[in-house]
Design a protein around this ligand. Structure first.
Ligand SMILES: NC(=O)c1ccc[n+]([C@@H]2O[C@H](COP(=O)([O-])OP(=O)(O)OC[C@H]3O[C@@H](n4cnc5c(N)ncnc54)[C@H](OP(=O)(O)O)[C@@H]3O)[C@@H](O)[C@H]2O)c1
Length: 252
Protein backbone atom coordinates (compact mmCIF):
# COMPACT_ATOMS: atom_id res chain seq x y z
CA UNK A 1 0.00 0.00 0.00
CA UNK A 2 1.26 3.50 -0.86
CA UNK A 3 -0.35 6.00 1.47
CA UNK A 4 -0.67 9.74 1.01
CA UNK A 5 -2.56 12.33 2.98
CA UNK A 6 -3.14 15.83 4.20
CA UNK A 7 -2.09 17.25 7.56
CA UNK A 8 -3.70 20.34 9.07
CA UNK A 9 -5.61 21.34 12.18
CA UNK A 10 -9.18 21.23 10.80
CA UNK A 11 -9.69 19.41 7.53
CA UNK A 12 -13.45 19.56 6.99
CA UNK A 13 -12.97 22.06 4.11
CA UNK A 14 -10.45 19.95 2.17
CA UNK A 15 -10.89 18.85 -1.44
CA UNK A 16 -7.54 17.01 -1.54
CA UNK A 17 -8.88 13.56 -0.61
CA UNK A 18 -11.43 13.68 -3.41
CA UNK A 19 -8.83 15.02 -5.86
CA UNK A 20 -6.15 12.40 -5.17
CA UNK A 21 -8.61 9.52 -4.85
CA UNK A 22 -9.74 10.46 -8.38
CA UNK A 23 -6.11 10.65 -9.61
CA UNK A 24 -5.41 7.15 -8.21
CA UNK A 25 -8.62 5.70 -9.63
CA UNK A 26 -8.03 7.12 -13.12
CA UNK A 27 -4.45 5.81 -13.10
CA UNK A 28 -5.61 2.34 -11.93
CA UNK A 29 -3.48 2.63 -8.75
CA UNK A 30 -5.54 0.33 -6.53
CA UNK A 31 -2.80 0.12 -3.89
CA UNK A 32 -2.73 3.91 -3.35
CA UNK A 33 -4.89 5.71 -0.81
CA UNK A 34 -5.24 9.27 0.50
CA UNK A 35 -6.36 10.14 4.05
CA UNK A 36 -6.96 13.24 6.11
CA UNK A 37 -4.85 13.53 9.28
CA UNK A 38 -6.04 16.23 11.67
CA UNK A 39 -3.17 17.19 13.99
CA UNK A 40 -3.95 19.27 17.09
CA UNK A 41 -0.28 20.21 17.20
CA UNK A 42 2.50 19.86 14.61
CA UNK A 43 4.47 17.79 17.17
CA UNK A 44 2.02 14.97 16.38
CA UNK A 45 3.68 14.62 12.95
CA UNK A 46 6.49 12.59 14.54
CA UNK A 47 4.13 9.89 15.84
CA UNK A 48 2.08 9.95 12.60
CA UNK A 49 5.24 9.15 10.60
CA UNK A 50 6.30 6.47 13.11
CA UNK A 51 2.88 4.78 13.16
CA UNK A 52 2.25 4.97 9.40
CA UNK A 53 5.34 3.39 7.79
CA UNK A 54 3.74 3.13 4.32
CA UNK A 55 3.25 6.92 4.04
CA UNK A 56 4.89 8.19 0.82
CA UNK A 57 3.68 11.77 0.76
CA UNK A 58 1.77 14.44 2.64
CA UNK A 59 0.19 17.75 1.80
CA UNK A 60 0.31 20.42 4.50
CA UNK A 61 -2.37 22.99 5.18
CA UNK A 62 -3.46 25.59 7.75
CA UNK A 63 -1.75 26.32 10.10
CA UNK A 64 1.37 24.17 9.66
CA UNK A 65 3.06 25.29 6.41
CA UNK A 66 5.80 27.12 8.31
CA UNK A 67 5.72 25.20 11.60
CA UNK A 68 6.40 21.89 9.83
CA UNK A 69 9.86 22.93 8.56
CA UNK A 70 11.90 22.04 11.71
CA UNK A 71 10.36 18.53 11.67
CA UNK A 72 11.69 17.68 8.18
CA UNK A 73 14.94 15.92 7.24
CA UNK A 74 15.43 18.01 4.09
CA UNK A 75 14.08 21.07 2.30
CA UNK A 76 13.84 21.73 -1.43
CA UNK A 77 15.59 25.05 -2.31
CA UNK A 78 12.33 26.65 -3.50
CA UNK A 79 10.55 25.78 -0.24
CA UNK A 80 13.54 27.16 1.67
CA UNK A 81 13.40 30.41 -0.33
CA UNK A 82 9.65 30.78 0.24
CA UNK A 83 9.84 29.75 3.89
CA UNK A 84 6.78 27.49 3.68
CA UNK A 85 6.13 23.83 2.88
CA UNK A 86 2.85 22.46 1.55
CA UNK A 87 4.09 19.11 0.23
CA UNK A 88 6.26 16.44 1.86
CA UNK A 89 7.84 13.53 0.04
CA UNK A 90 8.80 10.52 2.18
CA UNK A 91 11.45 8.21 0.74
CA UNK A 92 13.40 5.57 2.67
CA UNK A 93 12.06 7.01 5.92
CA UNK A 94 13.39 10.50 5.13
CA UNK A 95 11.08 13.51 4.78
CA UNK A 96 11.71 16.36 2.33
CA UNK A 97 9.63 19.53 2.15
CA UNK A 98 8.50 21.23 -1.07
CA UNK A 99 6.34 24.21 -1.95
CA UNK A 100 3.84 23.69 -4.76
CA UNK A 101 1.72 26.76 -3.90
CA UNK A 102 4.31 28.73 -5.90
CA UNK A 103 3.63 26.66 -9.05
CA UNK A 104 -0.10 26.90 -8.33
CA UNK A 105 -0.09 30.68 -7.95
CA UNK A 106 2.19 31.08 -10.99
CA UNK A 107 -0.32 29.24 -13.15
CA UNK A 108 -3.15 31.36 -11.75
CA UNK A 109 -1.22 34.57 -12.53
CA UNK A 110 -0.45 33.26 -16.00
CA UNK A 111 -4.21 33.44 -16.73
CA UNK A 112 -4.13 37.12 -15.80
CA UNK A 113 -1.04 38.11 -17.74
CA UNK A 114 -2.80 40.29 -20.33
CA UNK A 115 -5.04 42.01 -17.78
CA UNK A 116 -2.09 42.92 -15.61
CA UNK A 117 -0.45 45.04 -18.26
CA UNK A 118 -1.82 48.53 -18.43
CA UNK A 119 -3.43 48.95 -21.85
CA UNK A 120 -0.70 49.88 -24.34
CA UNK A 121 2.16 49.94 -21.83
CA UNK A 122 4.36 47.49 -19.98
CA UNK A 123 3.72 49.06 -16.58
CA UNK A 124 2.49 46.49 -14.10
CA UNK A 125 0.06 47.42 -11.33
CA UNK A 126 1.00 47.39 -7.69
CA UNK A 127 -0.51 44.72 -5.52
CA UNK A 128 -1.93 44.31 -2.03
CA UNK A 129 -1.44 40.89 -0.48
CA UNK A 130 -3.86 40.21 2.37
CA UNK A 131 -2.50 37.94 5.13
CA UNK A 132 0.99 36.80 6.11
CA UNK A 133 0.71 33.00 6.32
CA UNK A 134 2.15 30.22 4.16
CA UNK A 135 0.05 31.08 1.10
CA UNK A 136 1.00 34.75 1.36
CA UNK A 137 4.68 33.77 1.26
CA UNK A 138 4.17 31.83 -1.99
CA UNK A 139 2.24 34.78 -3.47
CA UNK A 140 5.01 37.22 -2.49
CA UNK A 141 7.62 34.94 -4.08
CA UNK A 142 5.76 34.87 -7.42
CA UNK A 143 5.02 38.62 -7.40
CA UNK A 144 8.74 39.32 -6.87
CA UNK A 145 9.54 36.94 -9.72
CA UNK A 146 7.08 38.85 -11.95
CA UNK A 147 8.46 42.23 -10.94
CA UNK A 148 5.15 43.32 -9.38
CA UNK A 149 5.58 45.65 -6.41
CA UNK A 150 3.35 44.86 -3.46
CA UNK A 151 2.49 45.66 0.15
CA UNK A 152 1.43 43.03 2.66
CA UNK A 153 -1.58 43.62 4.93
CA UNK A 154 -1.63 42.06 8.39
CA UNK A 155 -3.45 42.38 11.69
CA UNK A 156 -0.01 42.89 13.19
CA UNK A 157 2.29 45.86 12.56
CA UNK A 158 5.30 43.54 12.92
CA UNK A 159 4.28 40.96 10.33
CA UNK A 160 2.99 43.18 7.50
CA UNK A 161 3.73 46.49 5.76
CA UNK A 162 0.24 47.80 6.50
CA UNK A 163 -2.46 47.08 9.06
CA UNK A 164 -6.10 46.89 7.96
CA UNK A 165 -7.07 50.26 9.43
CA UNK A 166 -4.59 51.97 7.08
CA UNK A 167 -6.21 50.70 3.86
CA UNK A 168 -8.03 53.71 2.49
CA UNK A 169 -9.40 54.52 -1.00
CA UNK A 170 -6.09 56.18 -1.97
CA UNK A 171 -4.21 52.92 -1.40
CA UNK A 172 -6.78 51.01 -3.44
CA UNK A 173 -6.41 53.53 -6.28
CA UNK A 174 -2.69 52.69 -6.43
CA UNK A 175 -2.93 48.95 -5.77
CA UNK A 176 -5.09 47.55 -8.53
CA UNK A 177 -4.26 43.90 -7.93
CA UNK A 178 -5.61 42.61 -4.59
CA UNK A 179 -4.91 39.06 -3.48
CA UNK A 180 -6.75 37.51 -0.55
CA UNK A 181 -4.37 35.08 1.19
CA UNK A 182 -6.38 35.02 4.43
CA UNK A 183 -9.02 32.41 5.26
CA UNK A 184 -11.70 35.16 5.36
CA UNK A 185 -14.72 33.98 3.36
CA UNK A 186 -13.76 30.32 3.50
CA UNK A 187 -16.39 27.68 4.33
CA UNK A 188 -18.08 27.57 6.84
CA UNK A 189 -17.50 31.29 7.51
CA UNK A 190 -18.75 32.19 4.02
CA UNK A 191 -20.21 35.61 4.96
CA UNK A 192 -16.90 37.04 6.14
CA UNK A 193 -14.66 39.10 3.86
CA UNK A 194 -11.51 41.19 4.15
CA UNK A 195 -12.32 44.62 5.54
CA UNK A 196 -11.57 46.99 2.62
CA UNK A 197 -13.11 50.23 1.27
CA UNK A 198 -14.70 48.29 -1.60
CA UNK A 199 -16.43 51.40 -3.00
CA UNK A 200 -13.00 52.51 -4.29
CA UNK A 201 -12.78 49.52 -6.65
CA UNK A 202 -13.11 50.09 -10.39
CA UNK A 203 -13.13 48.10 -13.63
CA UNK A 204 -9.33 48.47 -13.62
CA UNK A 205 -8.98 46.34 -10.50
CA UNK A 206 -8.23 42.63 -10.40
CA UNK A 207 -9.27 40.64 -7.30
CA UNK A 208 -7.75 37.22 -6.74
CA UNK A 209 -9.02 35.00 -3.94
CA UNK A 210 -6.95 31.99 -2.88
CA UNK A 211 -10.04 30.69 -1.07
CA UNK A 212 -11.56 27.96 -3.27
CA UNK A 213 -14.55 26.93 -1.14
CA UNK A 214 -16.81 28.63 -2.02
CA UNK A 215 -15.51 29.56 -5.49
CA UNK A 216 -17.59 32.77 -5.38
CA UNK A 217 -16.59 34.52 -2.14
CA UNK A 218 -18.05 37.74 -0.70
CA UNK A 219 -14.66 39.39 -1.48
CA UNK A 220 -15.01 38.50 -5.18
CA UNK A 221 -18.68 39.53 -5.23
CA UNK A 222 -17.71 43.00 -3.95
CA UNK A 223 -15.18 43.21 -6.81
CA UNK A 224 -17.74 42.21 -9.42
CA UNK A 225 -20.21 44.80 -8.12
CA UNK A 226 -17.65 47.45 -9.04
CA UNK A 227 -16.72 45.95 -12.41
CA UNK A 228 -13.38 44.44 -11.29
CA UNK A 229 -12.01 41.27 -12.86
CA UNK A 230 -12.14 38.41 -10.34
CA UNK A 231 -10.50 35.02 -10.06
CA UNK A 232 -11.14 32.31 -7.42
CA UNK A 233 -8.71 29.77 -6.00
CA UNK A 234 -9.81 26.55 -7.76
CA UNK A 235 -7.32 26.77 -10.64
CA UNK A 236 -4.48 27.23 -8.15
CA UNK A 237 -5.74 24.35 -6.02
CA UNK A 238 -5.67 22.01 -9.01
CA UNK A 239 -2.27 23.23 -10.24
CA UNK A 240 -0.61 22.89 -6.82
CA UNK A 241 -2.04 19.36 -6.39
CA UNK A 242 -0.77 18.33 -9.85
CA UNK A 243 2.69 19.61 -8.94
CA UNK A 244 2.59 17.63 -5.65
CA UNK A 245 1.74 14.46 -7.59
CA UNK A 246 4.67 15.11 -9.99
CA UNK A 247 6.99 15.45 -6.97
CA UNK A 248 5.70 12.24 -5.31
CA UNK A 249 6.23 10.32 -8.56
CA UNK A 250 9.63 11.85 -9.28
CA UNK A 251 13.10 10.55 -8.46
CA UNK A 252 13.49 12.85 -5.43
N1 LIG B 1 -6.22 27.83 -3.83
C1 LIG B 1 -5.16 27.22 -3.32
O1 LIG B 1 -4.53 26.36 -3.93
C2 LIG B 1 -4.69 27.63 -1.96
C3 LIG B 1 -3.38 27.33 -1.57
C4 LIG B 1 -2.97 27.76 -0.31
C5 LIG B 1 -3.86 28.42 0.52
N2 LIG B 1 -5.12 28.68 0.09
C6 LIG B 1 -6.06 29.41 0.93
O2 LIG B 1 -5.44 30.61 1.34
C7 LIG B 1 -5.85 30.96 2.66
C8 LIG B 1 -4.64 31.15 3.57
O3 LIG B 1 -3.93 29.93 3.68
P1 LIG B 1 -2.59 29.82 4.53
O4 LIG B 1 -2.13 28.43 4.40
O5 LIG B 1 -1.64 30.92 4.20
O6 LIG B 1 -3.16 30.06 6.00
P2 LIG B 1 -2.38 30.62 7.28
O7 LIG B 1 -0.96 30.15 7.24
O8 LIG B 1 -3.23 30.32 8.44
O9 LIG B 1 -2.32 32.19 7.03
C9 LIG B 1 -3.45 33.00 6.86
C10 LIG B 1 -3.08 34.43 7.23
O10 LIG B 1 -4.24 35.23 7.11
C11 LIG B 1 -4.30 36.15 8.19
N3 LIG B 1 -5.56 35.93 8.90
C12 LIG B 1 -5.97 34.80 9.54
N4 LIG B 1 -7.18 34.98 10.08
C13 LIG B 1 -7.53 36.27 9.83
C14 LIG B 1 -8.66 37.06 10.16
N5 LIG B 1 -9.69 36.56 10.88
N6 LIG B 1 -8.70 38.34 9.73
C15 LIG B 1 -7.66 38.86 9.01
N7 LIG B 1 -6.55 38.16 8.68
C16 LIG B 1 -6.50 36.87 9.07
C17 LIG B 1 -3.12 35.91 9.10
O11 LIG B 1 -2.15 36.95 8.90
P3 LIG B 1 -1.89 38.00 10.10
O12 LIG B 1 -1.90 37.16 11.35
O13 LIG B 1 -0.56 38.57 9.80
O14 LIG B 1 -3.00 38.98 10.06
C18 LIG B 1 -2.60 34.56 8.66
O15 LIG B 1 -1.21 34.46 8.72
C19 LIG B 1 -6.79 29.82 3.10
O16 LIG B 1 -8.10 30.17 2.84
C20 LIG B 1 -6.38 28.67 2.21
O17 LIG B 1 -7.42 27.74 2.01
C21 LIG B 1 -5.55 28.28 -1.13
Amino acid sequence: MQRYGLIGRKLGHSFSKEHFTGVFRRAGLKDHRYDLFELGDIEELTSLLRNTPDLCGLNVTIPYKEAVIPYLDGLDPLAAAVGAVNTIAIRDGMTKGYNTDVAGFRSLMHNLDDTLHDAGSAIRPRALVLGTGGASRAVAFVLREMGIRFRIVSRSRERGDLTWDLIDPTILRVCRLIINATPLGMHPDVNSAPSLPYAALTAKHVLVDLVYNPEQTVFLKHGQEHGARTLGGSAMLKAQAEEAWRIWQGPG
